[in-house]
Design a protein around this ligand. Structure first.
Ligand SMILES: [Zn+2]
Length: 279
């Protein structure tokens, strides 16, 4: 079932990865952000959205990871919006990962998945005016090259894509420097637009300034820790496997990183070491 966070804005959370699909319904448009994940879940969202006839229909992708784009075909005649980098992402990788998950869980998609081709793309930012509200889209690279933030100025809500989750430390698929600049952008947007709710791609929303800044700070702390420690150990002349061992012990929100999350942390370590080598 969806829950309404403010007037006109609803969140549907998938039973896989607590992935959030947001819906904005108002007089001017129906907007769906990240349609996901299982076909039955998406159908429920589509039925809900279709009850409200609207001249403009938009689907906005916060980025091109398969778990955020997979349901778009179940919404008819919507204009697809994404960052221009989305047209250059590695589609094959996303399709393969999606197929693997679908095979593992016997997910039957009646409409064969085709990678979405955005109708509207943008570079640094884009504005969509809705009646009595304005959606502002900002490029927010770091997690992926094509990640974006979406701000509803009127409702003081920010949709953060795969940033600022209560479930995940930063997953850096693209670039650690860009990631940290994007956290600065998040902080600026939250202040400038007096954001009261942040909807992450996965997990619970951050409500109120304290919780929002707490998430920004803990993600920043993790990044700084990772990058600075890596540089320091490198200067001290440690070998790559030794550096990796030390970095594995980095904590997130004062907790050691263990289990399935350790694999993601190791991927971050690999990426940061690669970035250092290419300097
Ligand atoms: Zn995701």
């Amino acid at each position: 079932m969806p829950y309404q966070i403010v007037q006109d804005i609803y969140i549907y959370q998938s039973s896989i990865w607590q992935t959030n699909c947001s819906v904005i319904l108002n007089e001017a448009a129906n907007v769906i952000i990240d349609p996901c994940y299982f076909p039955v879940e998406i159908q429920v969202i589509a039925d809900f959205v279709n009850r409200k006839k609207s001249f403009n229909k938009y689907i906005i992708f916060t980025h091109s990871d398969f778990d955020h784009i997979v349901g778009y075909q179940q919404f008819k005649s919507a204009r697809l919006i994404g960052h221009e980098e989305m047209t250059r992402c590695d589609r094959e990788v996303q399709i393969l990962q999606m197929r693997e998950i679908d095979q593992t869980y016997y997910v039957n998609r009646k409409i064969p998945f085709i990678f979405p081709e955005p109708d509207l793309t943008f570079g640094s930012d884009l504005r969509l005016s809705l009646k009595e509200d304005e959606l502002m889209l900002f490029h927010a690279p770091g997690h992926t090259a094509d990640s974006i933030f979406i701000v509803s100025a009127g409702k003081k809500v920010m949709f953060a894509g795969d940033y600022l989750s209560d479930l995940e430390f930063p997953f850096i698929y693209f670039d650690s420097g860009a990631y940290s600049k994007t956290l600065d952008l998040a902080e600026r947007l939250v202040r400038d637009f007096e954001i009261e709710n942040v909807v992450p791609g996965h997990g619970e929303l951050a409500q109120g300034k304290d919780e929002i800044f707490d998430r920004i700070d803990s993600d920043r702390e993790y990044l700084v820790n990772l990058v600075e420690k890596a540089q320091d150990l490198c200067i001290r002349g440690l070998q790559e496997h030794e550096i990796t061992e030390v970095l594995k012990g980095i904590k997130y929100r004062n907790e050691p990183i263990v289990g399935a999350m350790l694999k993601m942390h190791e991927e971050n370590i690999k990426l940061v070491l690669k970035e250092m080598q290419s300097l």
